[in-house]
Design a binder for this molecule. Structure first.
Ligand code: GLP
Length: 259
């Protein structure tokens, strides 16, 4: 079962996860981070910026989860731009070491395989940061995605396009396709850290952590992972049946174990 940590605020979540990343980079300055986009991981990146002052992150390698298909990497809302703006630049990562799937429509037949090989060549992802869609998607693995899937093209659901329309001038501007690490790719990371905040994520979180293992709720795939941590605020935790147990387990966790 995933370890569930219920925190007071997104800032607290950011502090906790950033500390884990600092520990990881302390052990391995060339650690491989799996980077997520969306608003959820931002407190982690902000906290990391503070906590990593004085820590050399220039050897850290990164792989983004996903990218839109059909908008140029220079587009301000491409995940290549978002990762550069929100992660690489503020943290002083080496842009050459941070990869985003290639969403060029001309190359999507081959770019998924290339991305998989690049992750393998890096020795795999050490710590994968994850958000969750309101429909339970991970990366852009929409409901129905195979647990064995690898990086490939997917069609976005109407709900995801509506959810993400806030980043674009209008709904019509939201791409219809994406390239995303598969659930099988994500499950190969050594540590999964899924974050979720707000009541809008409560049903998806409860399904992912306590619901049946089902491709209809892609994030339930985390139940297959031997080291998955779910960090949620009170609102996102509000539909968890075993919340009291998670609090008890966290409060009584042996010191010094990290996440
Ligand atoms: C997008 C991303 C996901 C992210 C999700 C939730 O669909 N591809 O990786 O988890 O949005 O976004 P937010 O964190 O803004 O709620």
């Amino acid at each position: 079962m995933a370890e569930v940590v219920i925190v007071g605020s997104p800032e607290d979540a950011g502090t906790l996860v950033a500390a884990e990343i600092v520990r990881l980079v302390g052990r391995d300055p060339q650690a491989v981070l799996g980077l997520a986009t969306g608003s959820t991981p931002l407190p982690v990146y902000r906290a990391l910026r503070k906590q990593a002052a004085g820590v050399d992150l220039s050897g850290v390698r990164g792989f983004a989860l996903d990218e839109y298909v059909g908008i140029a990497p220079e587009h301000p809302e491409s995940y290549a731009s978002v990762i550069r703006r929100e992660v690489v630049e503020p943290l002083g990562l080496d842009p050459e070491l941070v990869h985003v799937p290639d969403g060029d429509p001309e190359r999507i037949a081959v770019s998924g395989g290339e991305y998989e090989r690049a992750i393998e060549a890096a020795g795999g992802v050490d710590l994968q940061i994850l958000g969750i869609g309101t429909d339970g998607h991970l990366g852009f693995n929409e409901p129905g995605s195979s647990f064995a899937s690898r990086t490939r093209v997917k069609t976005l659901t109407a709900q995801t396009r509506r959810d993400n329309a806030r980043f674009f001038p209008s709904l019509d501007d939201v791409p219809r396709h994406c390239i995303t690490q598969g659930l099988g790719t994500i499950l190969r990371a050594r540590h999964l850290v899924l974050l979720a905040f707000g009541a809008g994520k409560a049903a998806a979180v409860a399904g992912a952590v306590e619901g049946p293992l089902t491709a209809s709720l892609p994030a339930s795939a985390i139940q297959l992972h031997p080291h998955a941590t779910v960090v949620v605020d009170e609102e996102a935790a509000s539909q968890l049946r075993m919340a009291e147990y998670y609090r008890y387990a966290w409060e009584n966790k042996p010191a010094g174990q990290g996440l």
